[in-house]
Structures are given as structure tokens and as C-alpha cells.
Design a protein around this ligand. Structure first.
Ligand code: TYD
Length: 214
């Protein structure tokens, strides 16, 4: 497989989606069908159906492990149906969130435990990991303030009504992931302006997935 698989990660409110959209519209012009985009949970019809179950505000009774299994199921379908076939065709695949999100949110946030969530996901991923992960680093309070400022009240989904402690645990788990995976995970300071974050992301991509950026 000589394509490249790049994932974007970070806590809520880090500006990940805004920067990602800007990057994708530029790359689409340059790469055309050599670029494939995906997101988790989701990425194709089956995985998007699973996403709807997970993020449904009505599903307040969902057990943490059920949730973790659904994320892993969605991931499996994303890998098998979307990501790997594109990599085999030498494409650049950019995915909004991947395994690290489960480790941080279900392992840390929901307190299932990072290593247990990692182990459970091995069934879904068979050890498959991104070539590069760009992590949007932002203090919990700053991220949550941004969310509160930017959104309309009908945007709130089930995960967003979690407590600040939940977000602190997510943040802590992400810090551990960054520390333990220095080769794969590159950090951008997401407290900067969107323009500066964007240019840091482009520099990282220029360095690590050069052939798609020239
Ligand atoms: P989304 O609306 O895509 O949020 P964002 O724009 O911040 O990425 O919702 C994804 C939510 O799902 C987000 O709060 C993180 C959560 N999530 C998990 O808890 N575990 C996972 O494995 C993944 C992929 C996402």
C-alpha cells in the first residue's frame, strides 16, 4: 500500500473541523480523486448509520461499553470499505478522528480504561494505524468556551452535555497518546488563530506526506 492515511484528532472545540474543511477544499483542487475523505464515527453508509445511533440525543441510556463497541464497529467498516481500498489505489486518505478518539473518549472520558479500549479495538483494526496523526492541542476550558460561544442551542448532541471532568479526562488521555506516539502524532497549538493553525497543519503535511502536497 503506498497511499497515505492521515487522521485529525483533538478535544471538542479545538477548531479541528474548521481547519480540516479549509485543508480539504484546497487539496481537492490539487489532488482530485487522489484524495479520499472520511470521518469517524461514519465515513460510508453503514458507518454513518452506526453514527446516527451513537450520537442520537434520545439514547441517554447507552452503556459505555456498548458505545465503545459501536465506535469500533463503525471504525471497522470505515477501514475495510473506505480507507484500505483507497490506500491500495495510492490515494491520500484524510479522516476526521480515528482510534485515538476512542482511547481518549471511551478509555479516558468514560473511564473504561485506555488499554482495555485499545485491546478491544484490535479486533476492529487488526493493528492498522494512521501514517500520520495531527493533534489539535487546546486547554479544556478554552475549547469548551469556544463551543459555548459558537453554537446554536439545537446543535447540542448527547456527548456535548458531558461534564467538564469528562473533558478533562479526555484531554489527559490525549496527552498520554501524544507522549507515547511521538513518531506518528504531531501536535499543533490550537489556541492560535485559525490562519496560524492552518499554516502549521500545512507545514506538517508538507513534511510527512510530501508527495501529495507538491
Ligand atoms: P462530531 O460531531 O464529529 O464532533 P467533532 O466535530 O468534534 O469531531 O462528533 C464526534 C464525537 O464523537 C466527538 O465528541 C468525539 C466522539 N467520539 C468518541 O467518543 N469516540 C470515538 O471513537 C470517535 C471516533 C468519536
Amino acid at each position: 500500500m503506498s497511499g497515505k492515511f492521515v487522521t485529525f484528532e483533538g478535544p471538542d472545540g479545538a477548531g479541528k473541523t474548521t481547519v480540516l474543511n479549509r485543508l480539504l477544499s484546497n487539496l481537492e483542487n490539487k489532488l482530485g480523486d487522489r484524495l479520499v475523505t472520511s470521518r469517524e464515527p461514519g465515513g460510508n453508509n453503514i458507518a454513518e448509520s452506526i453514527r446516527n445511533v451513537i450520537l442520537d440525543r434520545e439514547n441517554t441510556k447507552m452503556d459505555s461499553r456498548t458505545e465503545a463497541l459501536l465506535y469500533a464497529a463503525s471504525r471497522r467498516q470505515n477501514i475495510v470499505q473506505t480507507v484500505k481500498p483507497a490506500l491500495e489505489k495510492q490515494k491520500l486518505v484524510i479522516c476526521d478522528r480515528f482510534l485515538d478518539s476512542s482511547i481518549a473518549y471511551q478509555g479516558g472520558g468514560r473511564m473504561i480504561g485506555e488499554s482495555l479500549v485499545y485491546e478491544m479495538n484490535q479486533f476492529a483494526t487488526e493493528g492498522f494505524l494512521p501514517d500520520l496523526t495531527i493533534y489539535f492541542d487546546i486547554p479544556v476550558e478554552v475549547g469548551l468556551q469556544r463551543i459555548a460561544k459558537n453554537r446554536k442551542s439545537d446543535d447540542i448532541d448527547r456527548l456535548d452535555v458531558e461534564t467538564i471532568d469528562f473533558h478533562k479526562r479526555v484531554h489527559h488521555a490525549y496527552q498520554e497518546i501524544v507522549k507515547n506516539n511521538p513518531k506518528r502524532v504531531k501536535v499543533v497549538d490550537a489556541t492560535q488563530s485559525i490562519d496560524d493553525v492552518y499554516s502549521d497543519v500545512v507545514s506538517i503535511m508538507n513534511k510527512y506526506v510530501k508527495k501529495f502536497m507538491e
